[in-house]
Design a protein around this ligand. Structure first.
Ligand code: FAS
Ligand code: PHB
Length: 390
């Protein structure tokens, strides 16, 4: 079998890349290790930047997002019982939209299913060969039968634990990593959110986040030590800890209920360089990971995909290699900007081992500076809403 581009992974990065290329008549095959339902069952990101929405519109999958997405003009940050609202619209004229990654994935899957493009779910033992030459081959097993697909290029969109980055010879890649000694315990609950906008809270017991998926469905997180197990966190314990970490008003308005999903996400900062190895390109979590504090993970994946799609379209339509040659450096500039912001936001909002009395005063000073300085608040608004000056 042969195609133009094999995309590994049917998460948001792989599906969005497939759509953007499909719209230019470029043939792709997506190989996904899990079932469609398993991919849709993951509860991940919740906040979309304007740039991501523009890409989804370009991909022709933003209709439901436009109807159901919740446009937010700002967010609130709480510190030891106080809360301050950052009005992005007033500060820099931009907004963000709350629309779950699950819904983005659903919309992309539905569009792909309605097209002639091929997706193989539950593709096992995916392996990559020949991407350092001119005729890459991707092999996989489906229902016990081995298959091989010859292609022009491979897009590794298979997440942090995928096979693509692992297929690159270690000496050809540099990695940069910081693993945080805590994770986020997240709960989904069929209750109205505690506030119309997100509340990021720094409490001496630890970080908490109040988010949502719709006017009737909320998403909450509390920071927990690394190694914690979901089974050690019955709902009552979760609600008690979340209440403790919120200001009085939010704590009183909080509507609790039975969790419909509960999971713990580890936090790390990670970047692999470069993002191109011959005819293999990495995009999304396959190439980098950010702590979710800055709501960048999904948006960064979309940003990579937009750049990679433009480069591949330019190659097929104009025969130019310029975009492909520039992809890694262009994408990495945006990646490191998001890594910096996500690390900074994580460091000012979480209880870190080094958050001694001095560290806590520094966190307080950061909060006060954000509240008092329009330029500091505007810089925060630019990073959070995804303005990249690269
Ligand atoms: P994904 O990991 O979403 O998709 C990769 C796909 O490749 C998966 O479907 C996987 O099954 C498949 N795959 C893996 N190995 C394969 C193989 N060998 N063969 C074939 N397929 C293979 N970001 C936020 O902004 N906010 C959040 O709150 C947030 N929470 C998160 C919680 C968790 C537990 C995780 C892991 C990430 C979270 N993220 C969050 C980040 C997340 O949203 C990612 O940035 C986003 O999923 C990136 O999309 P992809 O790059 O497509 O990777
Ligand atoms: C979410 O709604 O899941 C969410 C929102 C903002 C973040 C992280 C997660 O920074």
């Amino acid at each position: 079998m042969r195609t133009q581009i094999v995309i590994i992974g049917a998460g948001p990065a792989g599906l969005l890349l497939g759509r953007l290329l499909d719209n230019h008549g470029i043939e792709t095959v997506i190989l996904e290790r899990r079932s469609r339902d398993h991919v849709l069952g993951r509860i991940r990101a919740g906040v979309l930047e304007q740039g991501t929405i523009e890409l989804l519109e370009r991909a022709g999958v933003a209709q439901r997002l436009r109807r159901e997405g919740l446009v937010h003009d700002g967010v609130e940050i709480g510190f030891d019982g106080e809360r301050h609202r950052f009005d992005f619209k007033a500060l820099i004229g931009r907004t963000v939209t709350v629309y779950g990654q699950t819904e983005v994935t659903h919309d992309l899957m539905d569009a792909r299913d309605a097209s002639a493009a091929r997706t193989v779910y539950e593709a096992e033992d995916v392996s990559l060969q020949g991407f350092d030459g001119t005729s890459p081959v991707v092999r996989y097993v489906k229902d016990g039968v081995g298959h091989a697909i010859g292609c022009d290029f491979i897009a590794g969109c298979d997440g942090f634990h995928g096979v693509s980055r692992a297929s690159v010879p270690p000496q050809a890649m540099k990695t940069f990593e910081r693993v945080y000694p805590f994770g986020w315990l997240g709960v989904l609950v069929e209750r109205p959110p505690v506030s119309d906008e997100l509340i990021y809270s720094n409490h001496e017991s630890g970080f908490a986040l109040c988010s949502m998926r719709s006017p009737t469905r909320s998403r909450y997180y509390v920071q927990v030590p690394a190694g914690e197990k979901v089974e050690d966190w019955p709902d009552d314990r979760f609600w008690e800890e979340l209440r403790r970490r919120l200001d009085r008003e939010a704590s009183q308005l909080l509507q609790t209920g039975p969790s419909i999903e509960k999971s713990i996400a580890p936090l790390r900062s990670f970047v692999a360089e470069p993002l191109r190895f011959g005819r293999l390109f990495l995009a999304g979590d396959a190439a980098h990971i950010v702590p979710p504090t800055g709501a960048k993970g999904l948006n960064l994946a979309a940003s990579d995909v937009g750049m990679l799609a433009d480069a591949l379209i330019e190659f097929y339509e104009e025969g130019s290699h310029a975009g492909m040659d520039r992809y890694s450096s262009r994408a990495l500039a945006r990646v490191w900007d998001a890594e910096r912001f996500s690390w900074w936001m994580t460091s000012i909002l979480h209880r870190l081992p080094e958050t001694d009395a001095f560290g806590r005063r520094i966190q307080r000073a950061e909060f006060d500076r954000l509240r008092r300085s329009v330029s500091a608040a505007s810089a925060f608004a630019e990073s959070y809403t995804g303005i990249f000056s690269g």
